[in-house]
Write a protein that binds this ligand. Structure first.
Ligand code: PA5
Ligand code: NI
Length: 185
């Protein structure tokens, strides 16, 4: 065997790991420049954090992490992750919702999309070939646990260029999903 077993405590509501197993990755509004439709309004404000549990990036391993997205908006869009295709396109992933209220936007390269719920207890299966972005549509942090094939990697550039087919922001009647006017046809 290449690795020794390990155990980490996951605080189910906050997503905190004890002990931490890697350096949290922090994304500010500035880091998401080009992903939201408008420029950052408060560049240093933290949008989300990813708490990793690093293992070798090999297809024999399972990477996992928790993501904590703060509540908030930039322009007409709720705080969200950058979103990505897996660099190795066919690699799949599972999300387990822990707390808060969110949406998972999934899209294929030919423009098909789905919007799925994320909340305490949801399990989202993200098949290979589907880009995925999570969006916090609530007033509290959105927290979920993710596990994916170790060599999946992330392709952010395609999303930075094209975005997703839909955007999610506050509507008259709760969260509203609308077409992305800049998504290539
Ligand atoms: O593996 C995943 O899909 C998640 O752990 C994401 O990486 C995490 O939610 C952060 O999103 P992104 O990688 O799109 O910035
Ligand atoms: Ni992923």
């Amino acid at each position: 065997p290449k690795l020794d077993p390990f155990t980490t405590l996951l605080e189910l509501k906050s997503g905190a790991l004890d002990p931490e197993r890697g350096t949290p990755q922090v994304r500010t509004q500035e880091d998401l420049r080009g992903f939201f439709q408008v420029a950052p309004e408060d560049p240093d404000r933290v949008v989300y954090q990813v708490l990793p549990m690093p293992v070798p990036k090999e297809n024999s391993e399972i990477q996992c992490s928790t993501t904590i997205i703060e509540p908030g908006t930039v322009g007409d869009e709720y705080y969200m992750t950058k979103g990505h295709f897996h660099a190795v396109r066919d690699r799949s992933e599972i999300y387990l919702g822990l707390s808060g209220e969110g949406r998972l936007i999934l899209a294929t390269e030919d423009g098909r999309y789905r919007v799925e719920p994320i909340r305490e207890g949801t399990i989202n299966y993200v098949p290979g070939g589907w880009a995925h972005r999570s969006v916090n549509v609530g007033d509290d942090p959105l927290v979920f646990f993710a596990a994916y094939v170790g060599d999946a990697g992330q392709d952010y550039a395609t999303i930075e260029r094209d975005g997703f087919p839909v955007l999610i922001g506050p509507g008259d009647d709760g969260p509203a999903v609308r077409e992305n006017p800049t998504y290539p046809s």
